[in-house]
Write a protein of this length. Structure first.
Length: 545
């Protein structure tokens, strides 16, 4: 374990670092041309992000993914995951943010960190972050690795009758790179569930700590069909004698399932919601065109561990109560690692949390970026929310950041999500002036796209259940609002109803949303693009062209 430490960054230096990194990430997809053969190769493999996950695939049953296949693949490459310590993170929501928070805490302390997450926004290289910089792996390094292992991959795929998946190969490549680069620690996000996820080949001897952030009803069919089976699948990352950090909050019986597994595995448990802990948002502001919430986090877990840390006036670039919850979970994890002998100062925890920023998570576009989209002067918020829980969190964030603001939503979703539930959370969270439904490719494919017309039906049903007035296509009053363009006319009088429209092109969605918000000059409005990280990716890709 390395114990040297790099100098801490000043607040101004941290701001510059994040801006530069964001710009680099936005433009990085151009480098992918350097690894065309690799991309073509892995795109030829089974990709469940494109096709959807089969029923029962994430359960610890005969229908579950074959971890033996992943173990055989790693054995072929000398089991590189035996060469580094790992933090393994599972959960319905918050995995990626928690991984980013803890990775930056460790980097700030001076450790070389490997971070593996999914999905990506612009380039697959974002899934693997290496070293002390936290930058995506370079196209050159990734391509050189592919050329080095291709022959072995070909043989493995042949011996496994073509069953090795896109995710398994890329997970293997990440683990090989972490070993090659001799990272001090790897932070690894589970892809689906936990028990049968390809990342769950980490052994108890290699696991520094496991984390379960939340348990919600996403991927129900793939994870057994109930909240209880989802909890059991995620609890599958708990290893014998290794500590477990819980995010939460959890329903009591769900937390009981997880803690019961921890007891069986003799794994000590620390929770962000332990009685001695508290965290709260104090205020909200926009700094350098980015949302920023001022928070307090106090951890005082006594028991046998005596974990303690007080962070007052913490400036988080990741807004929302849910992100504060993720930051508190990462803080508990950092303190537990410190308890195990890792050198992590309170200052590193603070600066690591404050420097964390992810694309597509309550991301406010700058005025320059809005102008590139042809929406000069518009306020545009990007958020990859796609579940009921994340939609609720998004609306809470909007109410905090933009109280009483006029809202126009642009929404595209995958076919395996709860469309009506998502709509209910949005419509019940605040008055929404308009919702424009569209379609976005999922992982570059059309297999999981939900037609805008089907989304419209779900939003109409949600509005009827809530008693929210909707003015939609097919209604006489809706047709009267349209001009030939079509754009909502100057006679836009919907009597307080939410205007619901469908539009095939993203550019058209943004134009219509902006037109609607501009009809009542002087009143501030926000265009919110959400429903999937893939529609967020489409917007950001257009900025990077």
């Amino acid at each position: 374990m390395l114990l040297h430490c790099k100098p801490f960054l000043s607040s101004s230096q941290r701001g510059i670092t994040m801006k530069m990194r964001s710009l680099r990430t936005l433009c990085s997809h151009r480098e992918d041309l350097e690894m065309k053969d690799l991309l073509d190769y892995i795109d030829s493999l089974k990709n469940y992000e494109k096709s959807g996950v089969p029923t029962g695939a994430g359960t610890d049953s005969h229908d579950g993914f074959d971890l033996g296949r992943m173990r055989r693949l790693m054995d072929r490459f000398g089991n590189p995951h035996f060469n580094f310590k790992a933090v393994h993170i599972a959960g319905t929501k918050g995995k990626g943010s928690t991984a980013a928070f803890i990775s930056n805490i460790l980097r700030t302390e001076g450790y070389s960190v490997g971070c593996y997450t999914s999905p990506h926004i612009l380039t697959i290289r974002e899934r693997i972050l290496l070293g002390r910089s936290g930058d995506p792996v370079s196209a050159k390094l990734l391509n050189n690795l592919f050329l080095r292992i291709k022959q072995n991959l070909d043989q493995a795929i042949k011996e496994e009758n073509g069953c090795i998946s896109h995710f398994e190969v890329f997970t293997a490549m990440a683990f090989i790179l972490f070993a090659d680069e001799k990272v001090d620690i790897a932070v690894i996000e589970a892809g689906l569930g936990g028990a049968r996820d390809a990342t769950n080949i980490i052994s108890s001897s290699g696991l520094a700590a496991a984390v379960i952030t939340t348990v919600g009803e996403e991927h129900l069919a793939a994870l057994g069909g109930s909240l209880e089976t989802i909890a059991m699948a995620k609890a599958g990352i708990i290893k014998q004698g290794c500590p477990l950090v819980l995010g939460g909050p959890f329903l009591p019986h769900i937390e009981h399932i997880i803690r019961e597994k921890a007891v069986a595995m003799d794994s000590p448990v620390v929770s962000a919601y332990d009685s001695g802990n508290s965290f709260a948002v104090k205020s909200f502001s926009i700094l350098d065109d980015k949302p920023c919430q001022i928070c307090d986090i106090e951890i005082q877990t006594v028991k046998d561990l005596k974990l303690s840390c007080k962070l007052h006036d913490l400036k988080l670039q990741m807004p929302g109560d849910h992100q504060l919850q993720n930051a508190a979970t990462a803080t508990c994890l950092a303190l537990y690692l410190r308890n195990l002998g890792w050198r992590i100062s309170d200052e590193s925890i603070r600066y690591g949390l404050e420097r964390t920023y992810l694309l597509g998570r309550s991301q406010l576009l700058t005025s320059k970026e809005a102008k590139v989209l042809g929406l000069t002067g518009a306020t545009i918020l990007l958020d990859g929310a796609h579940t009921n829980e994340s939609a609720k969190a998004l609306m809470n964030t909007i109410r905090m950041a933009f109280p009483k603001v006029r809202l126009a939503f642009v929404v595209a979703m995958a076919c395996d999500k709860d469309h009506a539930g998502f709509a209910r959370e949005i419509l019940s969270g605040a008055y929404v002036e308009t919702v424009i439904l569209t379609e976005a490719a999922i992982a570059g494919a059309v297999t999981r796209i939900t037609p805008a017309s089907l989304l419209r039906d779900s939003w109409i049903k949600a509005s009827e259940k809530l008693g929210v007035g909707i003015c939609h296509e097919g209604m006489t009053e809706y047709r009267e609002l349209l001009t030939e363009n079509p754009v909502i006319s100057e006679n836009n009088l919907s009597d307080g109803k939410t205007i619901l429209a469908t539009e095939s092109s993203l550019k058209g969605c943004l134009r219509i949303a902006n037109e609607i918000l501009n009809r009542k000059g002087g009143e501030k409005g926000v265009i919110v693009i959400t429903g999937s990280l893939h529609i967020v990716s489409s917007v950001l890709a257009s900025l990077a062209e």
